[in-house]
Design a protein around this ligand. Structure first.
Ligand code: FMN
Length: 184
């Protein structure tokens, strides 16, 4: 493919297994910066990036998310989590949490995709993760987890992106070209 950005977009896929190899600090900083470089409505820049590389913390959060769905009796997600060995972060060495203000969900999605595309183009596996949001939103656990990750006042969980060296292989999903129409 002639264009490296298009190549990253077309080859990106979610990785659900990672080697233990750490991503170097400069690369992680570039990926965090890529999120902040994203466009935002009225240039509101509503996203803060919190980079977590503390495995103990990631595993504590993972357990809290798993337990949340068990307590909520959400059989469908409990069953899917079990199929995935109760992994929420899939042993990725680094997770970038995007905290967002003013309910700017579109902006946070665009920032997350910047990370995913940049990571792909750097040869890193990655996955965008919505599920961890449940413990940042549940009234009984929100304050604890927001404080633990240092969310600024007024910020909510937007999304997170796990990155690392992928241990799985797979193909990008097929796109349905019938969903494109042209009016000329
Ligand atoms: C907003 C959003 C939230 C997601 N949350 C999760 C998640 O919590 N856990 C997970 O395993 N995958 C999650 N995914 C990954 C999707 O399952 C994945 O993108 C989809 O199956 C398409 O596969 P692909 O990314 O390999 O193209 C999420 C993706 C998006 C865009």
């Amino acid at each position: 493919m002639a264009n490296s950005t298009l190549e990253a977009i077309f080859t990106r896929r979610s990785s659900r297994s990672y080697t233990g190899q750490k991503v170097d600090d400069e690369t992680v900083a570039d990926l965090a910066k890529a999120a902040l470089a994203a466009p935002s409505g009225a240039n509101g820049q509503p996203v803060n990036v919190i980079v977590v590389q503390n495995t103990t913390l990631i595993l504590e959060l993972e357990k809290a998310v798993i337990d949340y769905f068990v307590k909520a009796g959400n059989e469908a997600i409990v069953s899917r989590n079990k199929q995935r060995n109760n992994k929420i972060f899939y042993d990725a060495s680094t997770v970038l949490f995007l905290a967002v203000k003013n309910k700017s969900n579109i902006d946070v999605g665009i920032a997350a995709e910047n990370i995913a595309i940049a990571a792909t183009s750097l040869g890193l596996g990655n996955i965008i993760l919505g599920l961890p949001g449940v413990v940042f939103n549940a009234p009984e656990t929100a304050a604890y987890w927001k404080a633990k990750l240092g969310f600024p006042e007024g910020y909510e969980y937007g999304i997170s992106v796990a990155i690392g060296y992928a241990a799985d292989t797979g193909k990008p999903h097929d796109v349905d070209l019938s969903k494109i129409s042209y009016i000329k």
